[in-house]
Design a protein around this ligand. Structure first.
Ligand code: FAD
Length: 399
């Protein structure tokens, strides 16, 4: 019996175990996770779990009946590829196939570590610590106007907290979207009663306050740091696996790593996108759902000599912020042409990105139908008519 060991019991790890069984794998599957909790889903942590409208977000998966052995509260410490062994806090674990799915961890704010009242938002424990902070309607300073910062600010405003978001760049989501697209989003902060301070660098965090480099002092009962995440791969140092510039595991188009019989999937790994002609490191939920199916297919196929399945998705993610449902599909670069569909000052609009006459990406605010139709057009890649695209009254379709 072949032994598959999956490290990381988040979305990607759990889905790998599920996909293996769905595709008929009959060897042993062991899922190893550092956190003590029953495996859970992260998106609700900045939404319902934070507000207390959901107690938890545990996956609805019956591991026992799937024949998946769960080893929770167990940290992987290293891999010895020559021995086909994983080292963990509770001893070595032999494998025939190993899947790395250790996700990402939040980047910490230098100097803020250990200061009382400073929080991150990545784990269920983080969300549980923040829930009473929201319930007490505290004054909160959020560092970082990215996806997590915006979602946290939304929940905190909903709970009645005074919220200031401090952002070093000139606008929210500066790393993800061009200025013309984030311009209407900036107004969402003000509309919700959230103060957004751009060009603002944190000089120091002390108990009860955040000090900015322009000399201002923001009173803060709590500080939430949302300045990005990086792949959780420090434990792999010395194992010989190839890591990329962001510390991510470098996987190939089949999601295999540079080590024999070792795959990597989810937030911890990058893969070459044939569709976009560049390597992608995706930190979104859908990638942790789709990637595992390819991994499972290739684990099964490697035993029978079947051709490798290639992972080449149209990336997708969503965000719920300031009463809006924001969805993005595809991947664009600064060289692509931006095309508006609808009025950005209004409640619902879409932005399309074209490379030549092909649709490569799309961001939809409150227009889920655009997203669904656009995603299919990105997938199939037919030539598009820009005039029709720009008309929000016409469904997204080819010329
Ligand atoms: P993770 O979910 O990070 O899971 C990895 C697991 O591995 C963790 O449990 C970790 O403890 C464990 N681990 C790490 N190192 C070790 C080790 N050495 N040994 C053993 N175990 C280890 N995406 C969207 O598309 N839309 C959203 O609205 C959205 N909202 C989000 C809200 C929040 C608050 C967060 C944090 C993320 C959100 N995301 C969202 C992103 C999405 O949740 C992630 O992309 C997804 O969780 C990635 O899954 P993963 O399994 O690769 O990694």
């Amino acid at each position: 019996q072949r032994r598959v060991v999956v490290v990381g019991a988040g979305m990607a790890g759990v889905q790998t175990a599920v996909a293996l069984r769905e595709q008929g794998f009959d060897g042993t599957v062991t899922l190893i996770g550092a956190e003590p909790h029953q495996p859970y889903d992260r998106p609700p942590l900045s939404k319902a779990v934070l507000l207390g409208t959901a107690e938890h977000s545990a996956f609805d998966v019956d591991f026992e009946s799937l024949g998946v052995e769960l080893r929770l509260g167990t940290e992987a410490l290293g891999v010895r590829p020559a021995d086909h062994e994983l080292d963990t806090g509770s001893g070595p674990v032999p494998y025939d196939v190993l899947v790395l799915a250790t996700g990402a961890e939040p980047i910490r704010l230098p100097g803020a570590e250990g200061v009382p009242g400073v929080h991150l938002l990545r784990t269920l424990d983080d969300a549980e610590r923040l829930r009473p902070v929201l319930a007490r309607r505290h004054a909160i300073v959020v560092v970082g106007a990215g996806w997590i910062g915006a979602e946290f600010a939304t929940a905190a405003r909903e709970a009645g907290c005074a919220v200031t978001v401090v952002e070093a760049a000139d606008r929210p989501l500066a790393g993800a979207l061009p200025a013309e697209v984030t311009a209407p989003m900036t107004a969402w902060y003000a509309d919700s009663g959230t103060e957004l301070r751009t060009h603002a660098r944190v000089e120091r965090v002390e108990p009860g306050a955040v000090l900015l480099d322009d000399g201002s002092r923001l009173p803060a009962d709590a500080v939430v740091v949302g300045i990005g995440a990086r792949p959780a791969t420090a434990w792999l140092t010395g194992s010989g696996v190839d890591l990329g510039p962001h510390g991510e595991v470098v996987a190939d188009a089949s999601l295999r790593t540079s080590l024999p019989d070792v795959y990597a999937v989810g937030d911890c790994a990058s893969f070459p996108s044939g569709r976009y002609g560049e390597r992608l490191l995706v930190h979104h939920w859908d990638n942790a759902l789709q990637g595992p199916r390819t991994v499972a297919a290739n684990i099964l196929g490697s035993a029978t000599g079947e051709a490798s399945a290639v992972y080449d998705p149209v990336p997708y993610f969503w965000s719920e912020q300031f009463g809006r449902f924001v969805q993005y599909a595809g991947h664009h670069t600064g060289a692509d042409t931006t095309l508006w569909r609808g009025d950005p000052a209004g409640p619902a609009w879409t932005v399309c990105w074209l490379r030549g006459d092909r649709l490569v990406a799309l961001l939809a605010v409150g227009r889920p139908r655009d997203l669904a139709q656009g995603r299919r057009l990105i997938e199939s890649g037919p030539p598009m008519n820009p005039e029709l695209l720009a008309d929000p009254a016409t469904p997204l379709k080819t010329a």
